[in-house]
Design a protein around this ligand. Structure first.
Ligand code: ADP
Ligand code: PLP
Length: 266
């Protein structure tokens, strides 16, 4: 156990999502964070917060991975937005060079607010190259449908079925996040450890999609694993932390605020 965690993910300048949110979540949970940037996402406030996506050159990503893994004794890594098949190749190659106790994958395909048609063309490369390396995967509703090849996910039973199908692709632990996408008063997720499915439920705070919720959720799981926790407990901590963060964000109405409990300016 090192109390250190590494994240390979995209940058999102407002601080709500991406690697900025990940590092804040690590810090908040007492874990020293290191990060490698795969791509830059910028939101355009003058154009309905449209998204611009710029990938970092694969050789630059490879250099960053080499630097971080040579400099520190690391055994837990979180993967966020990778962004392109070339990036996935280079990250998979970098990860295969050393053993990892945990590889936590948030299989980001699009940002909230983007149309599904804008999905980065990465699901097949993620499935082939990264899912077999992942010990924990945290797909949201759209990602779960895509990876599991299901037309719809409407019930808790569907969440369980998606988790089972994704588990068969390689990851040892699967958390399918229903979030605000399933009807009803609760934000329901399902955690499947290969044998048992556990339903995680907490009252929804509003029904808007909150930017950065999924990043923070997977980052919190990663931090708890870095500290030596088991996956089930790490998922419980993450669920509670994200809910608290959303609660603060919603009540302060901060646009794109991080869902970590460190609110902007504090
Ligand atoms: N409005 C909400 N109220 C309470 N919990 C929420 C809400 N929205 C999302 N969550 C929870 O936050 C976590 C991240 O989920 P989600 O937002 O669906 O991920 P993503 O950002 O990957 O789309 C999950 O545990 C989900 O159930
Ligand atoms: C760089 C980056 N990573 C990940 C995400 C996904 O964030 P979320 O936690 O809202 O799913 C976004 C969304 O804006 C992003 O810009």
């Amino acid at each position: 156990m090192t109390n250190r965690a590494y994240v390979i993910a995209g940058s999102e300048a407002t601080g709500g999502a991406g690697i900025q949110a990940d590092l804040k979540a690590f810090q908040e949970l007492g874990v020293y964070g290191m990060g490698t940037i795969t791509c830059i996402v910028s939101f355009d406030p003058k154009n309905d917060w449209g998204h611009r996506f710029v990938p970092i050159a694969p050789d630059v990503i490879a250099d960053q991975i080499e630097a971080a893994t040579s400099c520190h004794d690391l055994d837990v890594v979180k993967l966020g937005m990778l962004g392109t098949p070339d990036t996935i190749d280079v990250v998979a190659e970098g990860l295969r060079r050393q053993p990892w106790r945990h590889v936590v994958l948030d299989p980001v395909l699009i940002c909230k607010g983007q149309e599904p048609g804008a999905a980065l063309d990465t699901d097949k490369a993620l499935t082939a190259q990264i899912l077999p390396l992942a010990t924990v995967i945290t797909p949201n509703h759209f990602e779960a449908r895509t990876l599991a090849g299901m037309e719809s996910i409407e019930t808790v039973d569907d969440l369980v079925e998606a988790a089972r199908r994704i588990h068969a692709l390689g990851p040892r632990h699967v958390v399918v996040k229903g979030g605000v996408e399933l009807p009803g008063p609760d934000a329901v997720d399902v955690y499947f450890d290969g044998e048992e499915a556990t339903v995680l439920s907490a009252p929804k705070i509003g029904d808007a999609r909150v930017s950065g919720a999924g990043c923070t959720f997977a980052a919190a799981i990663t931090a708890e694993l870095a500290k030596g926790g088991d996956v089930g407990r790490a998922v419980d901590v993450a669920k509670a932390m994200v809910r608290e963060g959303i609660d603060q964000r919603v009540t302060t109405h901060a646009p794109f605020a991080s869902v970590t409990t460190a609110t902007p300016g504090s």
